[in-house]
Design a protein around this ligand. Structure first.
Ligand code: URA
Length: 210
């Protein structure tokens, strides 16, 4: 799984991404689209999850049937924009636990500064899915995964809506073992560290701030 990147090309994801990118899209519509895209992406991100067989009884008789192996998955949104993706993913994995990592980008240096970190118990037996809609410079993603690795989850995946070659290269330079799932790889970054053409500031667009 060294430096693996999966671009989710499903037409529904791409259609909704186009609507979300438009600057005329309202806050209300934007956050609804984030939720819908997250639900669709959750299928792909969880596709290779390990499974185990258990004994169950149907109304007709006994059988062995498959469930996801291990303790409950843990979603780890990077605050704050990651929250915009969280509920959409929980819609299909309602039993998932949620850990939070609070990071902000220093606007001058673009370096990620941590202000919050809280994970559920039993991380060693959990598969972690880190959520941040924008993998831009990669600074926040790298710092978040570095911190998360201290909790030793069984596996880590990273899901974003948009990324760019610089961000991916930086991320996989530091974390080649963490696969990235994204809906698109845009051409690059501007001088402020925003993805171009991107969709603007994901947190502001989700929460209606400026
Ligand atoms: N964060 C955002 O919200 N948008 C970008 O383009 C880059 C980082």
């Amino acid at each position: 799984m060294q430096g693996e990147v999966t671009v989710i090309e499903h037409p529904l994801v791409q259609h909704k991404l186009t609507l979300a990118r438009r600057k005329s899209t309202s806050t209300n519509t934007f956050s609804r689209l984030m939720g819908e895209i997250a639900t669709l992406m959750a299928y792909e991100v969880t596709r290779e999850m390990p499974m185990q067989e258990i004994d169950i009884e149907t109304p007709i008789g006994p059988m062995r049937s498959r469930v996801i192996d291990g303790k409950k998955i843990v979603f780890v949104p990077i605050l704050r924009a990651g929250l915009g993706f969280l509920e959409g993913m929980r819609a299909v994995v309602p039993g998932a636990r949620v850990g939070h990592i609070g990071l902000y980008r220093d606007p001058k240096t673009l370096v990620a500064v941590e202000y919050y970190f809280k994970m559920p118990q039993g991380m060693r037996n959990r598969d972690a899915i880190v959520i941040d809609p924008m993998l831009a410079t990669g600074n926040s993603a790298v710092a978040a995964v570095e911190r998360l690795k201290e909790a030793s989850p069984r596996s880590i995946r990273f899901v974003c809506l948009l990324t760019c070659p610089e961000g991916l290269e930086h991320f996989h330079d530091k974390h080649p073992d963490v696969p990235v799932f994204t809906a698109a790889i845009d051409p690059g970054l501007n001088d402020h560290g925003y993805i171009v053409p991107g969709l603007g500031d994901a947190g502001d667009r989700i929460f209606g701030t400026k």
